[in-house]
Design a binder for this molecule. Structure first.
Ligand code: APR
Length: 251
């Protein structure tokens, strides 16, 4: 089937399995937002952030050492994300959810695009970049009051505010990761979409699904460490593969 730029082949065995399935889990990474013009983590950063490595900015140490630099990076990303729109890959996952009795969407992305697209059962493992909390007392805040040019501070304790996302070395929200692990273990079909499958604990989720006997599908234009362990590899961009899959299976 040629929908966009590429010819997408959907194996009949996979489309048959999806027509009768009850429990599906989808894990997404930055690749599903690439076609919304949000750079993935392991692609070179663009513009003035080209010389920075995200893994050296998204850490409590970096924030302690240079909170203004970290805030400038997140403000740049928030602007990028505010201008972004869900792409056909996000929208195809909304349609898939409507056809599946028990559908769980687990995302490593902090851009909120799955919810903006209309996905309902979403577990955000790494938080949401548009939310803010106090670095010291952890209190979530709606608005970042403060004078322009000054770093925003917590009204309760005076500590510095920070984006409410999970940084390297920090714990994931317990409810999200426990819910994701349980869903992965019980999945009949598990999709790994747009993720390099490198960062734990998310990278273990497809392995739990395999242990639970699930059929695992990878959607990614490139090979990953997971590719050799899955039953189906749909080699292409999510924004083209997912709409083709939904069309073949449910239309
Ligand atoms: N469609 C599908 N996949 C794509 C597309 C696309 N259009 N474009 C790129 N990809 C794939 C790349 O081949 C790569 O495998 O998306 C993946 C992006 O990988 P990463 O940049 O490592 O992003 P991700 O896997 O989400 O990173 C996981 O690491 O940096 C931390 O917390 C951060 O959540 C992030 C986590």
């Amino acid at each position: 089937m040629i929908l966009g730029m590429i010819k997408v082949e959907i194996p009949e065995q996979l489309s048959d399995a999806l027509r009768n399935v009850r429990r599906v889990v989808v894990l997404t990474g930055a690749g599903v937002s690439a076609e919304s013009n949000i750079p993935t983590f392991r692609e070179a950063q663009t513009g003035l952030w080209e010389k920075y490595d995200p893994t050296e900015l998204a850490t409590p140490q970096a924030f302690n050492c240079n909170p203004r630099l970290v805030w400038d990076w997140y403000r740049w990303r928030r602007e990028l994300i505010s201008a972004a729109k869900p792409n056909p890959g996000h929208l195809a996952l909304v349609e898939m959810e409507a056809h599946i009795p028990e559908f769980t969407l687990v995302t490593q992305n902090v851009d909120g695009l799955h919810r903006r697209a209309g996905s309902k059962n979403v577990l955000e493992l790494h938080g949401n970049i548009m939310l803010t909390k106090c670095f010291d007392c952890g209190r979530g805040v709606e608005i970042e009051a403060g004078n322009p040019g000054e770093l925003p501070r917590c009204r309760d304790c005076g500590g510095l505010l920070r984006p409410d996302v999970v940084w390297f070395g920090e714990n994931l929200p317990a409810a999200a990761i426990e819910g994701a692990m349980q869903a992965a273990r019980q999945a009949e079909v598990f999709f790994s979409i747009g993720t390099s499958a490198l960062v734990q604990p998310a990278a273990s989720l497809p392995l739990y699904a395999i242990q639970g006997g699930a059929t695992v599908v990878e959607v990614n234009p490139a090979e990953t460490p997971l590719s050799a362990q899955v039953q189906f590899v749909l080699r292409g961009p999510a924004g083209e593969v997912l709409p083709a899959l939904v069309k073949v299976v449910w239309e």
